[in-house]
Design a protein around this ligand. Structure first.
Ligand SMILES: [Zn+2]
Length: 93
């Protein structure tokens, strides 16, 4: 099964699950029964979570125009590790 996207002129976009290769150029809209034409879109892009989309966009942007630095970036302070009481019982070298 695959998900195909159609656009009704009155109700907008909707999806139909059909076996692969059996999607027609138009189907009846489930809301108003008007003819809805198929919409071609890249697979899975419409349902990509926002954070993943932003990460993919950032990766593509970085590949196209990488950020150039002219000096070594300043060292960030190391994150403080919370001490756990059990660490005191570990063997010391
Ligand atoms: Zn409709």
């Amino acid at each position: 099964m695959a998900t195909y996207e159609y656009r009704c002129p009155r109700d907008g976009d909707f999806e139909v699950r059909l076996p692969l290769g059996e999607a027609g150029a138009a189907v009846d809209c489930p809301g108003c029964h008007a003819r809805a034409t198929r919409v071609w879109s890249a697979p899975r892009l419409a349902r990509t979570p926002r954070a993943l989309g932003a990460a993919l966009d950032g990766a593509a942007r970085s590949a196209e125009t990488p950020e150039v630095v002219s000096r070594i970036p300043a060292r960030r302070p190391a994150a403080a590790m919370p001490a756990h009481p059990a660490h005191a019982r570990l063997p010391r070298l």
